[in-house]
Design a binder for this molecule. Structure first.
Ligand code: NAP
Length: 268
């Protein structure tokens, strides 16, 4: 093993994102896949799982056992919101750097995990969106909202997504909050005759979530001011779009000793 080789565990290898991550890690010369965590296939090898490469890589059903038995630098978690949080906690306990792609972290949870990461001097990356184009969409929206502060966000995902709104939509709203005064949008006396019709409310910014089979991950940020509107849109049409961001996170996390929330904070 060369000095630069990064030893990796992937949680959720059977998932749509997990499969792409297995491919990316095994295709990257300086990455070494050491094990995977899959609650349904403990004791098997990766090659025994459907649509996986023919590799003798052990499968564990529990991250704690996996990390006690496997020398690991980085765990990539692509499972689901509750296990993403649990795995982050376990990784910190074992001094392993977590790259977490699951969403649904509250501000309080991020603050708490930041504190632990800092105390332990361990890098952590939580990225609600690994697609570089989506990060640019968020940055452009933040720039635009400074001049056009009335904003509505429409996010669309496949119908298997568990949480709503998406982490990207929440993150976009938070970035916009930083550059505009809180304001109530729409008519001051508007009523919502059908519950939820106006979407979720983050400091006056409305978020609308669409779930449909056939969709992957899409977001449109609509900004309006007198006589004009601006639409900023990003479409992820294939999950391979997320892998350059996952790869960058794994490489960068080795040099970090704090928690970084959002891929934009790893980009120049
Ligand atoms: P998916 O196809 O449903 O895959 C999730 C996989 O995780 C499933 O195989 C599931 O196994 C497994 N899993 C659940 N709990 C687990 C646990 N405790 N330990 C090990 N494996 C576990 O979903 P996906 O589309 O790949 O997305 C995965 C996650 O990434 C979701 O949270 C999604 O929101 C997020 N995501 C993030 C980004 C980003 O850019 N950050 C982009 C897309 C998706 P079972 O089948 O046994 O339940």
């Amino acid at each position: 093993m060369s000095e630069r080789t990064i030893r990796i565990v992937i949680a959720g290898p059977r998932g749509k994102m997990g499969k792409e991550a297995v491919k990316m890690v095994t295709d990257t010369e300086h990455f070494q896949l050491k094990a995977v965590v899959d609650t349904k296939n403990a004791g098997k090898m990766l090659k025994d799982l459907e649509d996986q490469p023919n590799l003798e890589i052990p499968v564990f059903d529990d991250l704690r056992t996996c990390l006690s038995e496997t020398e690991t630098d980085v765990i990539i978690d692509l499972t689901k919101p509750d296990s993403g949080k649990k795995h982050l906690e376990i990784a910190l306990e074992y001094g392993v750097r977590p790259v977490v792609g699951t969403t649904g972290f509250t501000d309080e949870e991020i603050a708490r995990f930041s504190e632990t990461a800092e105390e332990k001097g361990i890098g952590v990356v939580i990225a609600p969106n690994f697609a570089i184009g989506a990060i640019l969409m968020m940055k452009f929206s933040q720039m635009a909202a400074k001049y056009m502060p009335d904003v509505e966000i429409i996010e669309q995902h496949h119908d298997q997504k568990l949480d709503a709104p998406s982490g990207t939509a929440m993150k976009t709203a938070q970035m916009i909050k930083e550059v505009r005064e809180p304001k109530q949008q729409g008519h001051p006396e508007e009523t919502e005759d059908l519950k939820g019709a106006r979407g979720g409310d983050v400091d006056g910014i409305r978020i609308h979530s669409v779930r449909l089979p056939g969709r992957v991950a899409h977001q449109e940020v609509l900004l309006g001011t007198t006589g004009q509107t601006l639409s900023i849109r990003h479409d992820t049409i294939d999950r391979s779009a997320f892998m350059p961001g996952v790869k960058m996170s794994v490489e960068t996390i080795m040099k970090l000793d704090v928690l970084v929330y959002g891929l934009e904070n790893l980009m120049e």
